[in-house]
Design a protein around this ligand. Structure first.
Ligand SMILES: [Ca+2]
Length: 390
């Protein structure tokens, strides 16, 4: 069921055709109904309540702007931040046809009465100021550019960039989702480091990701460290020699194509959930696993670090590494009880420098071959070699 408010059919050509709710008015559309508003511009001065989806569109070719202050944009349909705060709906959908859609500043307080915001531009979608929504999906058919921080506070953050991809640049590069963060193509995404992409749940990088800029990129699934949140990639490539580190953390990894850090350090660690186990060489349910196929996809000429400060237990389980890394670090450093264990079938690591460190012991109970200068530090509590070390 829906209601349809069309004010713009005549107004577009005349440069008028408003949808206005004055301070003396209000609009309520019942709890089971949608409402579609088609207008040259909107002027919302008092409450608009729509039970299901409120869709706002304008004249074909007319740009749309969401957020910011009154008068923040001209020559476009502007739903500013104050107007947004007067809308309650299960979902707000804004649709720019043959036009661009720009997001200016939106605070969490302004969007809090809307369950989900869906933004669609058949041309470009651009986020130009910090914006926060309970949940968001945004589509720019000719590209989706996020040039400031973009956050969801309850649900998913889904970005669709079309053939031109999702681009994350600007002064602040932060994508943060309260549930899943998903980046779709089909065009490759690009991100300017330093940047952080994080989600309390899964991070799904459906598109390939190109890393530009300098310093570090951090991609964090399960950012709330409750043990739920995998990181799925379909290819990541560092394309700037000034990028120094790519750090991926998750409750589990699904590496679907090469993660090529070039000369940058490449780190994969658990998300730090209690008792996090990092398994290298096999997929083991309930652990943060990098199987052999995934290990083969981890490319760097710098340091390759697996595990780290968030790994409570590191299990090497039939893994073989003979890549280009200058150094391979296998680390279980979460707590004073963190161990590194070699078990299962034979494992081998070939690299100029190999560091194996755990705070509470290194326990080798399967064949392990290390081809490179090796430092094993089971520190501090014990170092127990129970099988062959060659
Ligand atoms: Ca989680």
């Amino acid at each position: 069921m829906s209601c349809l408010l069309r004010t713009a059919d005549v107004g577009c050509s005349a440069g008028s055709g408003w949808f206005r709710v004055s301070t003396a008015g209000s609009l309520t559309v019942g709890s089971t109904f949608n409402c579609s508003v088609h207008a040259f511009d909107v002027d919302i001065q008092h409450g608009v309540s729509v039970g299901q989806t409120l869709q706002i569109s304008s004249c074909v070719g007319r740009n749309m702007v969401l957020g910011g202050a009154n008068g923040a944009a001209t020559n476009s349909l502007l739903l500013d931040g104050v107007e947004l705060a007067l809308i309650s709906a299960a979902r707000l959908r804004m649709q720019a046809q043959s036009a661009n859609l720009t997001v200016l500043a939106v605070t969490g307080a302004q969007s809090t009465l809307i369950g989900r915001v869906s933004l669609y531009a058949s041309e470009h979608l651009d986020v130009e100021a910090p914006a926060s929504f309970p949940s968001l999906d945004a589509t720019g058919v000719l590209g989706c550019s996020v040039n400031d921080s973009l956050t969801t506070t309850v649900g998913d953050l889904n970005l669709h960039g079309g053939a031109y991809g999702v681009n994350n640049a600007g002064a602040t590069r932060l994508l943060s989702s309260a549930n899943t963060l998903a980046v779709f193509g089909p065009g490759a995404a690009s991100v300017v480091a330093p940047a952080i992409w994080q989600a309390k749940g899964d991070v799904v990088l459906s598109a390939a990701v190109h890393v530009l800029g300098r310093f570090d990129l951090q991609v964090q699934a399960d950012s709330n460290a409750d043990g739920s949140g995998a990181l799925l990639t379909n290819g990541l490539q560092v394309r700037s020699s000034s990028v120094t580190a790519v750090t991926l953390t998750a409750a589990d990894f699904s590496i679907g194509a090469a993660v090529d850090a070039s000369t940058a350090a490449l780190t994969l660690d658990t998300s730090g959930a209690s008792g996090s186990i990092f398994t290298l060489g096999a997929n083991v349910a309930g652990t943060c696993s990098v199987d052999q196929t995934e290990l083969n996809d981890l490319l760097t000429h710098g340091v390759l670090q697996l595990g780290g400060n968030a790994t409570s237990r590191f299990v090497v389980h039939g893994a073989s590494y003979s890549g280009t890394a200058s150094t391979v670090n296998l680390l279980a450093l979460h707590s004073t009880s963190s161990q590194l264990v070699v078990d299962g079938s034979a494992s081998q690591v070939t690299a100029p420098l190999i560091n194996i460190e755990a705070k509470a012991g290194v326990n080798i109970s399967a064949a392990l071959t290390l081809n490179g200068r090796t430092m094993i530090d089971g520190t501090r509590l014990c170092c127990c070699v129970c099988a062959s070390l060659t």
